[in-house]
Design a protein around this ligand. Structure first.
Ligand SMILES: Nc1nc2c(c(=O)[nH]1)N[C@H]1C(S)=C(S)[C@@H](COP(=O)(O)O)O[C@H]1N2
Ligand SMILES: [Mo]
Length: 329
């Protein structure tokens, strides 16, 4: 298969944090609880891995199993504070549920289990995978990634998931596969935004096979150690931390390997503003605003935008022979 991974970038196992982050968080809670007289039941809930029943932005723990503890991969350092837990799960872009940022209560009505994702097209071993089986088969890790929306806001988010390349190893892309197409599920019962028929549903996004195989491309199933809620693209979404957020398709139903460059949802809507590559670049303004700085959700602080959102060491080499392409927006 045509997947070239830069082995030289990989760190020895010993460089990763040996401690499951979820457990660490729980023992911190216990330490706090000792002083604050948190009830025994509350402490037991943390010990046994139950989600707080008071997380209104999560579906009922009875519907979705807890995530197994995942170790944080310290190879990816965000270089700024993690955004407070509440913001990333209550400030979202997910047009299938509506075009404002407050869609989380609507999105929570979408059941995310059972859920399968079809992987098809130019692969030796196509299949339809149950997401929980896939997670057990591949294993999970935590990565703290910067997230940069094209609208010039940003967050810093601990995602739990697995590298997309590991799924590609299972399905074995054919030599003819040049692109990967990501298709979001269409669930008209809960996705009320689908009624806005002027949008080109389903939501499609795409990347090259080299981008898909890059070590940064991450399939996300959790956030802050908890199952990924629907508003963030639960149960399974992709994350390209060096690209504008709109490239990261949510609640995926299908992943297709193809020799045709996928035409994305946003490109179809407004190709002059939202192109295929959409790599973050502070020096290339959006037609209607500057991309030189970004606003951090939570603190409200304005910080300079970084080329490739700060991930150039991992991805710049993907683009050296593509000078004629519109790489930035
Ligand atoms: N299916 C689908 N995926 C989507 C979107 C969408 O509207 N529909 N919005 C995108 C945009 S514009 C951004 S910035 C990110 C936001 O992800 P978050 O809500 O987890 O921060 O999701 C992306 N993925
Ligand atoms: Mo976005």
């Amino acid at each position: 298969m045509r997947i070239h991974r830069k082995r030289g970038w990989e760190l020895p196992e010993s460089a990763a944090t040996p401690e499951p982050v979820a457990l660490k968080r729980r023992s911190l809670m216990l330490a706090a609880g000792a002083g604050a007289m948190i009830s025994l039941e509350a402490q037991a809930q943390w010990l046994f891995g139950r989600r707080e029943s008071g997380d209104p932005w999560q579906r009922n723990p009875a519907d979705i199993p807890d995530l197994p503890p995942a170790m944080r991969n310290t190879r990816y350092q965000p270089g700024r504070a993690i955004t407070g837990e509440r913001e990333p799960v209550t400030y979202n872009n997910f047009y299938e549920f509506g075009s404002n940022k407050d869609i989380w209560p609507t999105a929570l009505r979408m059941p995310t289990r059972p859920w399968t994702v079809k992987v098809d097209g130019m692969v030796e071993q196509p299949g339809e995978f149950d997401v929980d089986d896939l997670m057990k088969r591949i294993g999970l890790e935590e990565r703290v990634y910067r997230l940069r929306c094209v609208e010039a806001w940003a967050m810093t988010v601990p995602w739990t998931g697995f590298q997309l390349s590991k799924l590609l190893e299972i399905v074995k892309p054919l030599g003819s596969a040049k692109y990967v197409r990501f298709e979001t599920a269409q669930r008209p019962d809960s996705m009320v935004g689908l009624r806005q028929s002027w949008y080109p549903w389903p939501h499609i996004e795409g990347c090259t096979i080299e981008e898909a195989a890059n070590e940064l491309t991450f399939m996300v199933m959790g956030i802050y150690g908890k199952p990924l809620p629907p508003q963030n693209g639960g149960p399974l979404r992709v994350a390209f931390p060096w690209k504008y957020g709109f490239k990261s398709g949510k609640s995926l139903a299908r992943i297709t390997l193809t020799d045709q460059r996928p035409k994305s949802f946003w490109e179809t809507l407004q190709g002059s503003e939202y192109g295929f590559w959409a790599n973050v670049n502070p020096e290339v303004p959006h037609p209607r605003w500057s991309q030189a700085s970004e606003r951090l959700i939570g603190s409200g602080e304005r910080v300079p935008t970084q080329l490739f959102n700060g991930y150039g060491e991992f991805v710049a080499s993907l683009y050296t022979n593509l000078q004629n392409e519109r790489l930035w927006a």
